[in-house]
Design a protein around this ligand. Structure first.
Ligand code: GDP
Length: 177
């Protein structure tokens, strides 16, 4: 018997190179890949969490490079409980393409899916192109939570997944009540 009460599917999207794989590896394996461009080569990673005494399994899907070919399929989004949309705060085009990602996303998901906007690489202060408040404003406009992270410095990475899981747990418990 599987030893958890809830299984949540979380998927990451956003332009290639924004740090999706690094965020997932930082959170699931506690490592930051140095050197080679990291593609984990599997569809998803698993992380077991315990929140408020409840055992939860997170299934975290990384696009594994598919975004380069724009072939992200229906199956990737299927039964997702939450979507993390990532851009790179030092890369304007990765921010400018967010509306396109949202459009694509909305073709695949319903309103109940929790969305979070993540501005990654917050350690790159010298080359920042997107001010914090611009990211925050975009998230407000589109009804998403907003957080800046650094996979490199392990800043706010746990927080994204913990807050997300707390939200999903609350929704699931409300649904069960
Ligand atoms: P993906 O294509 O979105 O999965 O991006 P990757 O996780 O492969 O990361 C792309 C590049 O960005 C790699 O060279 C990483 O080392 C780098 N990177 C990822 N996260 C951070 C971060 O928080 N800070 C900095 N400075 N670089 C990062």
């Amino acid at each position: 018997m599987e030893d958890y009460k809830f299984l949540f599917k979380v998927v990451l999207i956003g332009e290639a190179g924004v740090g999706k794989t690094c965020l997932v590896r930082r959170f699931c394996q506690g490592v930051y890949p140095i050197g080679q461009a990291a593609t984990i080569g599997v569809d998803f990673m698993i992380k077991n969490m315990e929140i408020k005494g409840e055992r939860i399994k997170l299934q975290i899907w990384d696009t594994a490079g598919q975004e380069r070919f724009r072939t992200i399929t229906q199956s990737y989004y299927r039964s997702a409980n939450a979507i993390i949309i990532v851009y790179d705060i030092s890369n304007q085009p990765s921010f400018d393409r967010l509306p396109e990602w949202l459009r694509e996303l909305r073709q695949h998901i319903n309103d109940r899916v929790t969305l979070i906007l993540v501005g990654n690489k917050s350690d790159l202060t010298e080359s920042r192109e997107i001010p914090y408040h611009i990211g925050e404003l975009f998230a407000q406009r589109h009804n998403m939570r907003f957080i800046e992270t650094s996979a490199k410095e392990s800043a706010n990475v746990e927080q994204i997944f913990t807050e997300l899981t707390e939200t999903l747990l609350k929704q699931a418990n409300e649904y069960l009540d």
